[in-house]
Design a protein around this ligand. Structure first.
Ligand code: SAM
Ligand code: SF4
Length: 354
């Protein structure tokens, strides 16, 4: 698949994917790249550590974890987020590694909740969610995405290399109970490993009112073993669901997921994230901050900007803002998975923050 983004200064038509920088009348919308995309969403990785070892993400023995002083402190994260809010960031998602491995995460959520944000969410593997959901909600967390690749205990153990299904289900129930709504379930589909569970997951969504999101496996794992053959295309998933439960599409914005309601009015919904077969780079509004303080403009970027060193060296908020604006401006058009020139980035998913 070829990427067709065009730099804004050469755009002649009015394709909505290309925004005219002049229309960014709001002075805060300053995170504009050369293709006219405006960043409003920030994923913040709070740790590179994880208690699971999902086969598509981490090796069984784990990775060389960062030392505590290599990671951003909560104050450093809050300062960078505050500067980025002044430049147009409106939503923040906490991720990792496993964000709940970071002690006192509620303190960070409280600090972020005092800033001018529309939404604070978290992506978690759910193993510690039952314990933390109430305190996170009280601190100001709005929503959670919980990763779960199977509803069969032995398969969860096979894929995540840990026996955690019951804990994750308890975490999902608690998240719903305390109002971390809507709870979204992230399911990475792997050919011949869990793709026979699509309808089971959809029935789970209908029974619980959750949104189940099927994600294509991306070449970001630590062992470099990804092949296209393992990818279950979103279009195939959609066809399989539609024959059993007719779906009604929702209007899609800059979200990575195409979202569908059930035509029969049932609670719950379905999301399809076709990052590999139908990349949505043209409408990408996301930036990422790694736990060691590097700004990444794309999951697949080969370049990233160190913000933590200048911050620790005493740079001003203005200097930080200028660095961020310049880095965002040179965001690339998108990934090239499937093209001969594609190269997996050195930083793996758990160190980027998915
Ligand atoms: N540990 C947390 C979790 O699993 O929810 C947060 C970090 S994890 C990197 C974020 C999301 O990325 C999870 O939903 C996970 O399933 C997904 N993910 C990890 N590796 C992936 C890959 N190679 N392709 C697609 N999704 C992946
Ligand atoms: Fe850990 Fe999430 Fe990676 Fe699984 S996907 S190993 S839970 S960081």
């Amino acid at each position: 698949m070829r990427l067709t983004l065009t730099r804004v200064d050469t755009v002649k038509d009015t394709d909505s994917a290309y925004l005219d920088p002049a229309s960014a009348a709001d002075a805060r919308l300053r995170l504009i790249d050369d293709f006219g995309r405006i960043a409003t969403d920030l994923r913040v990785s709070v740790t590179d550590r994880c208690d699971l070892r999902c086969t598509y993400c981490m090796p069984a023995e784990g990775l060389d974890w960062l030392d505590a002083d290599q990671q951003m402190s909560f104050d450093e994260i809050t300062r960078i987020v505050r500067v980025m809010i002044d430049l147009g960031i409106r939503t923040v998602r906490l991720t990792g590694g496993e964000p709940l491995m970071r002690a006192h995460l509620e303190d960070l959520v409280s600090s972020l909740a005092m800033l001018d944000l529309d939404d604070i969410s978290m992506t978690t593997n759910g193993t510690a969610l039952q314990r933390h959901a109430a305190s996170l909600a009280a601190a100001g967390l709005n929503r959670v995405n919980v990763s779960l690749d199977s509803l069969v205990a032995s398969r969860v153990q096979e894929i995540s290399r840990r026996d955690v299904l019951d804990k994750v289900l308890a975490g999902i129930a608690e998240a719903k109970r305390v109002g971390l709504d809507p709870v979204k379930i992230n399911c990475v589909l792997l050919r011949n490993r869990n793709d026979d569970e699509v309808i089971d997951f959809v029935e789970f969504a209908r029974a619980t009112g959750c949104e189940v999101r099927f994600i294509e496996d991306m070449p970001l794992g630590a062992d470099g073993s990804w092949t296209r053959a393992i990818v279950v295309p979103g279009s195939e998933v959609l066809d399989r669901i539609s024959t059993v439960f007719p779906l009604t599409p929702r209007t899609r914005g800059a979200q990575p997921a195409s979202t569908y309601d059930f035509a029969d009015g049932s609670p719950g919904s379905v999301g399809i994230i076709s990052s590999v077969t139908e990349p949505f780079c043209a409408s990408c509004d996301r930036l990422r901050l790694t736990s060691d303080g590097f700004l990444r403009t794309c999951l697949f970027a080969h370049e990233e900007l160190d913000l933590l060193t200048p911050l620790r060296d005493g740079c001003s908020d203005n200097d930080l803002a200028e660095l961020i604006i310049a880095e965002v401006a040179r965001k690339g058009p998108g990934h090239a998975i499937g093209l001969i020139e594609f190269e997996q980035p050195v930083r793996v998913m758990s160190r980027i923050g998915g």
